[in-house]
Design a protein around this ligand. Structure first.
Ligand code: CTP
Length: 234
């Protein structure tokens, strides 16, 4: 069901600069996001990947290398309007250091843009939005609340406190909740298999065939290639 669809995936953890040398980061490696991009590509979608990760990607995937939450926001917003399915698998920092002044070292944090919530506000008709949630307790209740709060169609929740789940592992165990009330539990398996289940759920959310090539915004010309932050493609 993904053949001919335009799919945008974000992957990896963002780095937020404290100064030119140091940064704040998180434990995400980008494995789950890259697995989603590769699986969508394998299923015939036109895939754009916005990533902070150094994991390689297939040549047929349009890749934008970014570092910070702000760069990720720019790259995602630039591509999102022309996509059918947006999957925010990235671990985006919720806060970034404020501009540093001289004096006693201290890190003051300011909020970043909530990319997914903004995508929810900007969504185009028929576009499917997928968010991820890394939870440590009350996984299902928190995931349901996040699905509503962020205005997404699917929310993929993982219990990052569980063995073999979440950041840096090759395996994952997730609960996929959909706006329609559907609920799919994917037991511990490799991240490629999890990607397949997430894409199955996303494909089921499409209730219309892909638009023919040439239709503006859906199957029409792709947005120009951008590499925010000047990052090189690994
Ligand atoms: N996300 C985003 N932009 C941000 C932060 C998060 O787009 N600035 C996206 C992530 O890519 C993920 C989803 O939002 O798909 C959930 O992220 P999370 O940080 O868990 O959500 P929060 O609303 O910050 O929830 P919490 O209070 O549990 O941290």
């Amino acid at each position: 069901q993904l053949a001919g669809r335009r799919v945008l995936v974000s992957a990896g953890g963002t780095q937020e600069a404290i100064d030119p040398v140091r940064y704040l980061a998180n434990r995400s490696t980008g494995k789950q996001g890259h697995a989603l991009a590769e699986e969508a590509h394998r299923r015939g979608a036109e895939v754009t990947l916005v990533t902070t990760s150094t994991i390689e990607s297939s040549p047929g995937i349009e890749r934008h290398q970014v570092t910070s939450a702000a760069q990720m926001a720019d790259a995602v917003f630039a591509a999102a309007a022309a996509t059918d399915l947006v999957i925010m698998a990235a671990a985006v920092a919720d806060f970034t250091p404020a501009t540093k002044t001289d004096g006693t070292p201290s890190i003051e944090l300011v909020p970043t843009v909530d990319i997914l919530a903004e995508l929810g506000r900007r969504r185009t008709p028929h576009q499917i939005l997928v968010g991820f949630a890394a939870e440590t307790n009350d996984v299902e209740a928190n995931a349901k609340a996040k699905l509503e709060r962020k205005g997404v169609d699917l929310l993929v929740a993982n219990d990052v406190g569980a063995e073999g789940v979440g950041f840096a592992h090759d395996t994952n165990e997730v609960l996929i909740l959909s706006r329609s009330g559907a609920r799919v539990r994917v037991p511990l398996t490799d991240k490629v298999a999890v990607a397949g289940r997430v894409l199955d759920a996303a494909a089921a959310a499409f209730s219309h065939p892909p638009a023919p090539a040439g239709t503006p915004g859906r199957g029409g010309p792709r947005p120009p290639r951008r590499r925010p932050g000047g990052g090189a493609q690994p």
